[in-house]
Design a protein around this ligand. Sequence first.
Ligand SMILES: *Cc1c(COP(=O)(O)O)cnc(C)c1O
Length: 448
Amino acid sequence: MKAAPLDNADWLARSLAAVWHPCTQMQHHAAQDADALPLVPIARGEGAWLHDFEGNRYLDGISSWWVNLFGHANPRINAALKAQLETLEHVMLAGFTHQPAVELAERLRALTDGVLGHAFYASDGASATEIALKMSFHYWKNRGKAQKNRFLCLSGSYHGETLGALAVTDVACFREAYAPLTRAAATVPCPDARLAKANETAADVARRAAQCLETKLAAENENIAALILEPLVQGAAGMVMYDPEYLRLARALCDRYRVHLVCDEIAVGCGRTGTFFAHEQANIRPDLLCLSKGISGGYLPLSIVLCRDEIFQGFYDEEVARGFLHSHSYTGNPLACRAALATLDIFEQDDVLHTNLDRARKLYAALAPVAEHPKVRHLRQRGMILAFDAASDDPAFSRRFYRAALENAALIRPLGNTIYLMPPYIIGDKEIAHLGEAVRKALATALA
Ligand SMILES: *Cc1c(COP(=O)(O)O)cnc(C)c1O
């Protein structure tokens, strides 16, 4: 007799018994009350939809933690990966090289107009942050300025959760829990556009914040290696958006005070803000650029740090100790690089940045009616990121909203009181309408 297929409840029970889920108070999953956090077993994905084991489906409104760009089980990425799998699944990148790693580095360099000429590979975003910080410090050390060993970040910044990355992460709950283990970077004010006073524009807020940056750099540049920031949108802080003017000013100040500018485009890169890289909207280039999340289309763990040739040259020497000392076992994994190449192919073949303009307009139109709600504040958008804040002092608001969205067949996971949409770039008109409806209904439930 054939065993009955396992259903949602089976997978749920087994997961709770064996898997420790990330960024989760596990007890909330086990709770039975109104504030319980549902755990959803997923059997398969297709396009923008996730399917469970019992015929329910959920529209992936946040691209599965911001990684999925062209839908689940994308036929083109699948085909590229199958071919790569038959050719070379992995080889170490120390002493060896391979086609996907070379081609990806070349294509990313071309996307920066040749300014960021070398690519260093790793597997996740937090590692990319750490690589950029180490590279910056070590570059200055090789240049005889070892005292440049401090970093600056913006208030509310998020650059990952490993110990080194936590040092430049200013999200209170992450940072405070492990504060004794880190060497915290100094923070300078974030140019959050919501801070605009009457008669002030977002660019004015940016100029004010840049003055604080200047004061800090003028006083301490001898000890500062780099400023790290998330260009245009601070993701984990709650989709905090700011004017490109800040990036222009920060670039000029970093040049003047000889401090590296690190752009963490792990979340905002790969077309998310409308341009391929967010920093392009300020007409600048960073010294170091971190990429991850969307770069592999949401398929495989991959991160990349791109750097200027001048930084690369600072390590080029006889001596091993002057070389960059960093490695991960799966560095430059061919499958992950192949997924990234297939992702870049789709950007080119489908003219994605252009077609996203229309998608972004439709997303805004779908959310605009929600902004009429008296408890909705600051509806904002940058490309394919939309967000608003809900005025609620219910500590369980985000959990309630999340659950109500699932009940309306949508995956939308608020950051505190900030509700945001960050869907894959294949989302169609009907799906956009579905998301708008889900937000409206979930908001009504969560605020009730
Ligand atoms: C997600 C994220 C990271 C960390 O990436 P992980 O792969 O989760 O380690 C770093 N910076 C930003 C801006 C991110 O959004």
